[in-house]
Design a protein around this ligand. Sequence first.
Ligand code: NDP
Length: 284
Amino acid sequence: MSAKRIDGKMISQQVRIRVKSEVEKISDRITPGLAAVLVGEDPASRIYVRNKRKKCEEVGIYSEEHPLPESTSEDALLSLIDKLNQDPKIHGILVQLPLPDQIQERRILEAVLPEKDVDGFHYLNVGKLVANEPGFVPCTPLGIIEMLNTLGVEMKGANAVVVGRSNIVGKPAALLLLHRHATVTICHSRTKNLAAVCREADILIAAIGKPQFIKADMVKEGATVIDVGINRLPDGRLVGDVDFEAVQERAGAITPVPGGVGPMTIAMLLSNTLQSAKWTAGLA
Ligand code: NDP
């Protein structure tokens, strides 16, 4: 049996339509604004930031870009963050990572006001996520939950296995699933019998960064498989962390790469920026 293909493009479009209509609804009170800060010339990051700007325009979110040279000092970046923190037009500040070596990433992330931290990287928001209190949650794991909700996947009581324990994807995804009453196992590079653990999963999240790592014999029949990985093969093809062709014969539902989790990330960033503006205006 071939798995249902989870259409991230379609689900992310639904999120953007929802954001657009809410932005219109509150437009007499506030226009949400997002500032993207990009240090250096990384072409992939530039494309990503440009894409964010286009998507902001489509839903009526004001956006501005702050490209800075690779040689930017930590103090210069901190003073830009300070300006954006105080700017009433801006409700979300996004600092594109990684930052060059002369800048301490954590100092910058902690300098962003928690109420403008739409990426959910500030320790205050990390703590709120752990405590299951309202705050900003990193966009990729939030997008995963949005997908599962849209598909009607039962999280309560489900065995969820998250492979990968990064602060950006694996850990927050595990916490979000836990708060929705899944029984969660987090795996990493030192996990023993990984295949056997994965085979217990009703919901399997792969956030590893290794091309086609999850094979069909690691997947339970009928499982929902969410592939976060984005890997470029030597022949130029883009693939996920899951061996899609083989796994789709076993899974119940599976996200493709590209066109799965990827488009959800920007959609959730827009949603977080809207949320921030609503909190600012006392509308939520
Ligand atoms: P990290 O490199 O920060 O984390 C990778 C995790 O995978 C680590 O916890 C690591 O374990 C674990 N891992 C590595 N090798 C193995 C192994 N052999 N067995 C089990 N676990 C292993 O990556 P990210 O979380 O930042 O990203 C993961 C993937 O998701 C990447 O491909 C990235 O490009 C993609 N990504 C996609 C996004 C999207 O929008 N779709 C957004 C963010 C990321 P350990 O901790 O022990 O080292």
